[in-house]
Design a protein around this ligand. Sequence first.
Ligand SMILES: NC(=O)c1ccc[n+]([C@@H]2O[C@H](COP(=O)([O-])OP(=O)(O)OC[C@H]3O[C@@H](n4cnc5c(N)ncnc54)[C@H](O)[C@@H]3O)[C@@H](O)[C@H]2O)c1
Length: 253
Amino acid sequence: MSGLLRNKAILITGAAAGIGRATALLAVQEGARVLVSDIEEAGLASLVREIEAIGGVVEARLVEVGTAEAAKALVDSTQAAFGSIDGAFNNAGISGPMVPLLEYPDVQYERVHRVNLDAVWHGMKAQVQVMMKLGAGAIVNTASVGGLVGRAGISAYVSSKHAIIGLTKTAALEYGSHNIRINAICPGVIRTRMNLQFAHGDQALEDQMAKMQPIGRWGYAEEVAECAVWLLSDRASLVHGHALVADGGFTAA
Ligand SMILES: NC(=O)c1ccc[n+]([C@@H]2O[C@H](COP(=O)([O-])OP(=O)(O)OC[C@H]3O[C@@H](n4cnc5c(N)ncnc54)[C@H](O)[C@@H]3O)[C@@H](O)[C@H]2O)c1
């Protein structure tokens, strides 16, 4: 390990599974202390056990993201646990239903935007405020290739992810001079529960999904974690206001 995040205190949302979980594990291996958060108690507990088994320092909080109160509670908890907050990975997200616009229930549209977008909005507000006082920080928001191109059937997801990129770039313009770097990542087709639930175990459909990426295979949470950890680290010192694509070429065409 290169110690990319040595001694840094990092907050990670959506950490019980998938990309958040892989990022928490890699961040710890790279020297970070992590506050991991999610709404899934069992997944969070098993992550804590795994981190402690490798000698990592971890605190866990069961918090539903999407409100100002939740965002503040997570920043406060990170500071209380570690005396600082050097980085935040605003990653929790849901896909919502797969139906055309006219059939898309308004209540689901609102839920997808609350979890995906409002959480980043409130998260950044709480995080930037404290990082300004600390004089430094790095924030990474999980967008998606759905933040760069449209995709039929998931309008709320796509609009929430496009908005995350706009928000990331704007916050970067506003707070870069405070030594706070703010970036987004745009994963492609990653083999996590979010995608696997669409396939329902149908191997032909899984193969079809893998082929959406020109590399001809699924992406893995660990590959996205590499991007998130690097962006959170000082080694990405000149990268700011960027939406980093990790999609096996999906958006190259
Ligand atoms: N899997 C992909 O192909 C893909 C592609 C692009 C972007 N993403 C994004 O990556 C992020 C992580 O997704 P994933 O693929 O790891 O999926 P995942 O379902 O494995 O993990 C998402 C995590 O977020 C948590 N979560 C959901 N709602 C929450 C809430 N209200 N409050 C707190 N936590 C909540 C879940 O419990 C889960 O642990 C999401 O923002 C997703 O949109 C995923």
